[in-house]
Design a protein around this ligand. Structure first.
Ligand SMILES: [Zn+2]
Length: 443
C-alpha cells in the first residue's frame, strides 16, 4: 500500500515535468513549384506544393498551398512558381580532393599535406553542391580526407553534399592506384603507404578489410590500367581472376558494393563476371560485355566529362601530360562516347558520373550535354543522375526522387530540362535537407 502511494506521489512529481514540451515545433517549409519532376522518368507534375518538415518531404500537394492553410500556419514559404523543381542531382563518381591533372597533380601529391587537401576537398564539395549535386560518391582519395569530410558534413559542422565514400582505391602494384608510379624507385617507401595495393588473393582480401576498417561505404578497385597512371603499360586488364573474386567476396562479406575502374573490355568482363555493382569509364565495350551488364544488373557510369578536363588542360599547356600519359589521353578523347552509344540501345542501366577531379568540380552538369550527344534522351540522362544513381549508391530510400519520407534535397531551374538539358548547367536554387544552400534567382 505504501509502495502504491509512493508511486502515485512520484507520478505526480513526474507528470507536470513531462507536460513541458521537450522538442521544438517541427520546422515546416512550403515550396510552391510551377512544375515538379518529382520522379524523373515519369511525367512532371503541374503546380504543386512540397511540404517539408524537419528536412524531409512530408507530402506533395497539388496546387499552391500557403501558410494560411490552418494546418500549415507559421510555415516558411518559398516561391518557385515560375520554375522547374527536381530532385537534388547525384554524381556517382567524383574525387573531391583535387582538380589539377597531369604533371601538376603529380607534383601536388608530393607537395600538399593532407590538411591542405582537406581544404581543397571542402571547397570542391561546396562547388559541387552549388552546381545542384546534393549527393556524391567519392571514388578514391588518400589520407582519409573525404571520409573525414563525409563525417563533418553529416554532423553539420560544414555544409556540403552527402558523401558516399570509397576510401582509398585498390589496385595491384603498378596498377592505376599505385601512388609510386612515375617517381624514382627510392621514393616508393615514402609514397606507397596506404596499404591499397594487392597482389594475390590473400593480399586483396586484406586490402578490402583495411578499407572496411576505415569506415568506407563502398569498395573501389581498378581491374585495368588508367589514363592518368604515369606508366605506359596500356589500358588493358591488370588483375587476375582470383584477385577480383577475392575483392568482391570480401566486400560482400561486409555488405559493401564494389565500383570498378575499367577501360579495356577484358577488365570490364572479368569484373562483371564477378558480379560487381558498377563499371566506371568502360571505355571499350563489346557485345559480350553488354550481355554481362544485362545479366548482372550492374550499372555503367560513363564519365564522359573527363574529356573536357583533358582538352582544357592541353589547350592551356600542351605539355600538361607526360608523353606516356598523353598517348592514353588522346585515345580516350577519340573514343569516348562510343560505349554509351552501344550501351543505351542494349538496355544497360546507366548511372550519372563525371570523374570530377579529372574534369572541373562544379561543372558536373556538363555531363548531361555529353550524355545526350552520345545517345541518351534528356529524360534518360536526368533519370541516370537521380533515380539510377541513388539506386547504385544504395540511397534509393533517401534521395533520387521527391516523395514523402525522403530528404528534402531539391533544385530549381529556369526552364524545362527535358527540353534542353543544358539548363542544368546553371542551377540558381539548391536546397539540401530542407535548408536553402543557394538562391541566386534573378527577379
Ligand atoms: Zn575516377
Amino acid at each position: 500500500m505504501r509502495r502504491i502511494a509512493l508511486s502515485i506521489a512520484l507520478a505526480a512529481l513526474v507528470v507536470p515535468f513531462q507536460a513541458v514540451p521537450q522538442t521544438p515545433a517541427p520546422r515546416v517549409v512550403l515550396v510552391q513549384a510551377g512544375h515538379v519532376l518529382d520522379r524523373p522518368g515519369h511525367p512532371a507534375r503541374g503546380p504543386s506544393t512540397i511540404v517539408i518538415r524537419d528536412g524531409r518531404i512530408a507530402e506533395i500537394r497539388s496546387g499552391f498551398v500557403g501558410p494560411t492553410d490552418a494546418a500549415l500556419a507559421g510555415a516558411e514559404l518559398i516561391d518557385l512558381r515560375d520554375r522547374y523543381v527536381l530532385p537534388g542531382l547525384v554524381d556517382s563518381h567524383v574525387h573531391l580532393t583535387s582538380d589539377t591533372g597531369g604533371v601538376l597533380s603529380q607534383l601536388e601529391e608530393v607537395q600538399l599535406s593532407p590538411a591542405a587537401k582537406a581544404y581543397n576537398a571542402l571547397a570542391n564539395a561546396q562547388k559541387t553542391l552549388s552546381a545542384g549535386f546534393t549527393t556524391v560518391r567519392n571514388l578514391g582519395d588518400r589520407d582519409g580526407v573525404t571520409l573525414a569530410l563525409r563525417e563533418a558534413i553529416h554532423a553539420g559542422k560544414v555544409v556540403g553534399p552527402n558523401i558516399v565514400d570509397a576510401g582509398t582505391s585498390i589496385s595491384t602494384t603498378s596498377g592505376h592506384m599505385d601512388p609510386a608510379l612515375g617517381f624514382r624507385d627510392d621514393l616508393r617507401d615514402a609514397l606507397d603507404r596506404h596499404d591499397n595495393l594487392c597482389d594475390g588473393a590473400d593480399a586483396c582480401r586484406r586490402a578490402v578489410r583495411l578499407q572496411v576498417a576505415r569506415g568506407v561505404d563502398v569498395i573501389k578497385i581498378a581491374t585495368t590500367g588508367g589514363v592518368n597512371s604515369r606508366i605506359g603499360v596500356g589500358l588493358g586488364r591488370q588483375m587476375f581472376d582470383d584477385e577480383v573474386k577475392a575483392i568482391v567476396d570480401t566486400a560482400r562479406l561486409y555488405g559493401k558494393k564494389v565500383a570498378v575502374h575499367a577501360h579495356g573490355v577484358d577488365g570490364v568482363k572479368i569484373a562483371l563476371a564477378a558480379s560487381v555493382d558498377s563499371i566506371e569509364h568502360g571505355t571499350t565495350l563489346d557485345d559480350e560485355s553488354l550481355e554481362l551488364f544485362r545479366k548482372s544488373g550492374a550499372y555503367y557510369v560513363p564519365t564522359l566529362s573527363t574529356v573536357n578536363g583533358y582538352l582544357e588542360r592541353i589547350a592551356a599547356n600542351p605539355n600538361a601530360y607526360a608523353p606516356a600519359v598523353r598517348a592514353k589521353v588522346d585515345w580516350r578523347i577519340r573514343i569516348t562516347g562510343e560505349s554509351l552509344r552501344k550501351a543505351v540501345p542494349a538496355g544497360v542501366k546507366i548511372a550519372f558520373g563525371t570523374d570530377a577531379g579529372v574534369s572541373k568540380h562544379g561543372r558536373n552538369a556538363d555531363e548531361f550535354e555529353l550524355m545526350v550527344k552520345h545517345g541518351m534522351t534528356p529524360s534518360q540522362a536526368l533519370e541516370a543522375a537521380t533515380v539510377n544513381a541513388a539506386d547504385l549508391l544504395g540511397l534509393a530510400a533517401e534521395v533520387g526522387t521527391l516523395e514523402a519520407g525522403k530528404r528534402a534535397d531539391l533544385i530549381a531551374v529556369d526552364s524545362d530540362p527535358l527540353h534542353d538539358v543544358t539548363v542544368l548547367k546553371n542551377v540558381p536554387f539548391v536546397m539540401k535537407d530542407g535548408a536553402v544552400f543557394k538562391d541566386q534567382r534573378g527577379s
